[in-house]
Design a protein around this ligand. Structure first.
Ligand code: G3P
Ligand code: CA
Length: 312
């Protein structure tokens, strides 16, 4: 869902379409990104992983059995495997084991069909998009609409991918620079849950960087740091040395009583912007928001998020 654009933009907020208009089209398809832009999103958010031949493509994870038809494709049955990624054992089919040509024979499908049954009508229609296609779409929509269309790419598991020969950070920056995106004024933010790739990126590019912070755990590339550490004033000062902002899980912004946790205030004190992910009907904290009584039950998810961010 893309929030009430006029309301949010009046308040100085940016609207970032998480995985595209993923409530209305299968996520990370050109159709999902284009619909989000048409709905007024300022930025679209591709999660990026690599193919075997080193091409950046958009998938939420490099394991693709839930987001494509790969499991039903007999010719790829022997590609099923088990790997350890960021300390977790994962079984399935992985983008890094497919060339781009092979990957393009697959078709995207809705990842959460029980929650978003409406999107299954589009299963089988779309290919897995490349970053190159996403950039082309953004540029074409800029020409069509006369407004900047921002990119908010996330590099997924960058340390894991570096270990198998794919430097996602370098690949991304090279492509962005080649497409004319450079410096703080470019409508781009690069995000990662890991720390070292962002630090490295800060020396490679002037493009703005965002440190992602989850509700639990810590960055996969540095077990000595927890996300809770990053949310302290000292932690935020460290983040501010390489990033312009933090991207936090929504429940970190308000406590169980719906009161601000102080994260936004501390981020502002450290000079960091705050991006929040993600409010959708399936989020367990949505009923809490409704109980707070600040918005009527009939109000859309978009207005709930807006109210919540104002409160935080
Ligand atoms: O951009 C923040 C958010 O997208 C990170 O989580 O799992 O949706 O990629 P995820
Ligand atoms: Ca993401």
């Amino acid at each position: 869902l893309v929030p009430s654009t006029a309301l949010a933009q009046e308040d100085g907020m940016l609207i970032i379409a998480h995985r595209g208009a993923s409530g209305e089209r299968p996520e990370h398809t050109l159709a999902a990104y284009e619909l989000a832009i048409d709905q007024g999103a300022d930025y679209i958010e591709p999660d990026l992983v690599a193919t075997k031949d080193g091409v950046l493509v958009a998938r939420h994870e490099n394991e693709i059995s839930g987001t494509t038809d790969v499991a039903e494709r007999a010719e790829f049955a022997d590609r099923r495997t088990t790997k350890v990624i960021d300390g977790q054992e994962v079984s399935g089919w992985f983008t890094e084991d497919f060339t781009l040509a092979e990957l393009r024979t697959l078709r995207a499908r809705e990842r959460l069909p029980e929650i978003r049954p409406q999107n299954t009508a589009y299963d089988g229609l779309y290919q897995v998009p490349t970053l190159s296609e996403i950039i082309q779409l953004a540029r074409a929509k800029e020409s069509e609409t006369g407004r900047a269309i921002g990119l908010y790419p996330e590099i997924k598991h960058p340390t894991y991918f570096a270990g198998i020969g794919h430097d996602l950070a370098a690949m991304l920056v090279e492509q962005l620079h080649a497409a004319g995106y450079e410096g703080e004024s470019a409508p781009v933010y690069i995000q990662s849950f890991e720390v070292e790739p962002l630090r490295r990126l800060s020396a490679m590019t002037g493009i703005r960087l965002v440190q992602l912070i989850a509700a639990e755990g810590g960055p996969a590339d540095d077990p000595s740091i927890s996300y809770a550490d990053m949310l302290t004033p000292e932690g935020m000062e460290k983040v501010a040395r390489y990033a312009v902002g933090i991207g936090v899980a929504v429940p970190l912004l308000l406590d169980e009583q719906g009161e601000p946790t102080g994260v936004v205030a501390r981020a502002r004190a450290a000079g960091l912007t705050v991006d929040a992910w993600t409010l959708r009907p399936e989020n367990p904290f949505l009923p809490q928001m409704l109980q707070m009584g600040e918005v009527p039950e009939a109000t859309g998810c978009d207005d709930l998020l807006f109210a919540m961010l104002q409160r935080a």
